[in-house]
Design a protein around this ligand. Structure first.
Ligand code: MSP
Length: 653
């Protein structure tokens, strides 16, 4: 039976344009929503903007606009970005909309009427950047905000307070009894740690004399509502609380709030106590992810290292960017972003592994069978093994998704892609074709194509555009392309391949990494700041003929054991080798050593190979790597490893 899944992102402040942190949470929510929809669940996906408060008012003043003009001009940047990134939100809430303001005011009035909101004199320390009050004991070094470490303002005034302290014991008990409520578990512990100190009442008003941009308190027109009290309510106002009760009840208790770690307390303490006071059940989960850093440094405007998601999508494509965000961050922990890492992952995972697999399978199928594979003979163990690895990846991804370890799920899927490439190396369909072994060739291509069908289905919610193209190229119908639920993918064994594959341009054309001397001409200062920090190698002047250590290590040298070797007919200089690079990475490699070494001389040797060389076809054989040899015009000696018994796969360098 399908279930209900309501997923939310934080609503983003409209004081500035979106950055990679915003993009990450929204893409994560989108991917979860797509997986649930594929499973047939009743999904509601909400995002939106947080438009009141001091930050927005200040930005408006700075930009010479009214606050609502500031909101209207910035909200489109978010909406355009979500459209560009293929985000499938069902609703977009702006806190300046009437549907939201009405509910906030109704809740305020109700809590005031029930004496859960009261007026009192207040002395506090206020951080404008974080829009939060702190007590003296919270401050760092006497006057610094504990979150952003900026100096706080001291404020004495009459204000309205929500009796948050009433709920301290209840909240501790609730968190303790619901271990999945706040995730990852260490964030639940962090919240319980916070709750060890007495919980104070929450100041929920701002006098208009100080801040006018907010929702007016219905019981005192001299005040507006504190922006966080207003903002958190979006999660219920948007799905119909107080307006469309049936819709609200349908979705609310299945809710998963995705947030960044810096807004944990507002979500894990303020929000549950507010809901409790209103008389509502809790959302199912609050999941706090970590931060994207630039290299190892915090992203900040002042450092000029903030990554602009729109630029990334324009430069490298939407799907590759979505893939990187999800594959490179373990949800919960911080992750590092550099353009160098991005390019590396793009070229390895997407261009070399996935893109190549598709192009090999489709090209060979078209060349040998006009694109329509015949029903294969019974599959052999190697083939069954690959298909069972693909089936296992379905389970792995499902499990990792359920425990919010999407990066690990993706890694399991990409591992199958690599296995499929190795499978092609081992079964060598190009040789089967040459030898006229049509039956075996059909079985090998069938197995690889089925694997691709499963893999592309699993990756579909992450890269919907590219996986649509891939599945179309495999010959799937439009209806089949979108059928990506785990159960259907698991039924792969029953499907035949009476489909016609079609060739297409490379799915992920390899990106040439700019060499330092080819760096673009200097850009104006302002433009430079918005760009992603360039790889370190661009910052140094490298004398001609020299390389930096980073450049050197781009070449991956690894030990490899020669498993098989044979002469190639008509080629006196070449040997065709099968080499083992450890961890099951067995490759075909062609080397120009036949005049110095007989096949039996090299079998068993541990040699050194360039592991990340672009594969090439030499004398009809795939050559995936290059072995190292010391040579001049008359002699050639293989580079081997001291003692000769080193295990395969060791890094050399
Ligand atoms: N308006 C509030 C949220 C109210 S929700 C009821 C807010 N907005 S925000 O625009 O400042 O931040 C939104 C989200 O971006 C937060 O979850 C925050 O953690 C996240 N990020 C900000 N910088 C980030 C990174 N560098 N990396 C990842 N996420 C980061 O807070």
């Amino acid at each position: 039976m399908s279930s209900t899944f309501y997923v939310t992102t934080p609503i983003y402040y409209v004081n500035d344009k979106p950055h990679i942190g915003h993009a990450y949470t929204t893409v994560l929510a989108d991917v979860l929503a797509r997986y649930h929809r594929a499973a047939g669940d009743d999904v509601w996906f909400l995002t939106g903007t947080d438009e009141h408060g001091q930050k927005v008012q200040k930005a408006a003043e700075k930009n010479g606009m009214t606050p609502i003009q500031q909101c209207d001009s910035t909200v489109v940047r978010f909406q355009e970005l979500w459209k560009r990134l293929g985000i499938t939100n069902d609703d977009f809430i702006r806190t300046t909309e009437d549907r939201h303001k009405k509910i906030v005011q109704a809740i305020l009035q109700d809590l005031f009427d029930r004496d859960l909101i009261y007026k009192a004199e207040y002395k506090g320390y206020y951080c404008v950047a974080c829009e939060r009050f702190f007590t003296e004991k919270d401050l760092l070094e006497g006057n610094l905000c504990p979150d952003c470490q900026r100096p706080v303002d001291t404020i004495v005034e009459s204000n309205y307070f929500f009796r948050m302290s009433n709920y301290q014991d209840w909240l501790i008990q609730y968190i303790t009894e619901h271990p999945d409520f706040i995730q990852p578990a260490f964030r639940a512990n962090e919240t319980l740690g916070f709750l060890r100190k007495p919980l104070e009442d929450l100041c929920i008003s701002r006098p208009k004399s100080r801040l006018s941009w907010g929702i007016e308190l219905p019981f005192d027109r001299d005040y507006v509502c504190y922006v966080w009290f207003d903002a958190l309510i979006n999660y219920i106002s948007a799905i119909g609380y107080g307006a469309d009760q049936a819709r609200f009840e349908r979705y609310w208790t299945s809710c998963m709030h995705l947030i960044g770690k810096d807004i944990l307390t507002t979500h894990s303490v303020y929000w549950p106590t507010m809901l409790r006071a209103i008389g509502l059940p809790m959302p199912k989960t609050i999941f706090a992810h970590g931060w994207w850093l630039t290299g190892s440094r915090k992203m900040s405007k002042s450092l000029g290292n903030v990554v602009n998601p729109m630029d990334m999508a324009d430069k490298y494509g939407v799907d590759a960017f979505r893939y990187f965000l999800l594959a490179a961050m373990t949800p919960g922990n911080d992750a590092s972003f550099t353009e160098e890492d991005f390019l590396q992952r793009f070229n390895t995972d997407l261009a070399n592994d996935l893109g190549n697999l598709l192009s090999r399978v489709v090209k060979l199928s078209i060349k040998n069978f006009g694109g329509t594979l015949p029903t294969p003979p019974p599959l052999q163990p190697l083939e069954m093994e690959l298909l069972s690895k693909a089936a296992l990846a379905i389970k792995q991804l499902e499990n990792e998704l359920n425990s919010m370890k999407l990066d690990r799920g993706i890694a399991a899927v990409m591992n199958v892609v690599r296995e499929a490439n190795k499978f092609l190396e081992r079964t060598a369909p190009w040789t089967l074709a040459k030898e006229g072994k049509t039956d075996r060739l059909a079985a090998v291509l069938y197995t690889a194509a089925k694997t691709l069908e499963i893999v592309s289905g699993l990756l579909f919610p992450i890269m919907p555009e590219k996986m649509t193209l891939l599945r179309r190229s495999l010959g799937l119908s439009e209806e089949e392309i979108a059928k990506t639920d785990f159960a259907s993918l698991s039924e792969f064994a029953n499907g035949d391949m009476r489909r016609t594959m079609v060739d297409m341009p490379p799915l992920f054309p390899r990106i040439q990494i700019e060499k330092p001397e080819e760096a673009a001409p200097a850009k104006p200062e302002k433009q430079k700041k918005q760009e992603i920090k360039a790889p370190k190698t661009k910052d140094v002047v490298v004398p001609e003929g020299m390389v930096t250590i980073e450049q050197f290590f781009k070449t991956q040298l690894r030990t490899a054991r020669v498993l098989e070797a044979e002469r190639i007919e008509g080629k006196t200089r070449l040997l065709h080798l099968k080499v083992d690079l450890g961890n099951g990475d067995v490759r075909s490699l062609v080397a120009g050593i036949a005049q110095q070494y007989a096949p039996e001389d090299v079998i068993g040797k541990t040699i050194v190979v360039v592991a990340n060389l672009m594969p090439a076809k030499i004398a009809g054989f795939e050559s995936c790597g290059m072995l190292l040899a010391a040579k001049n015009e008359t002699s050639l000696k293989l580079v081997t490893v001291d003692g000769g018994d080193a295990e395969p796969g060791l890094q050399v360098g």
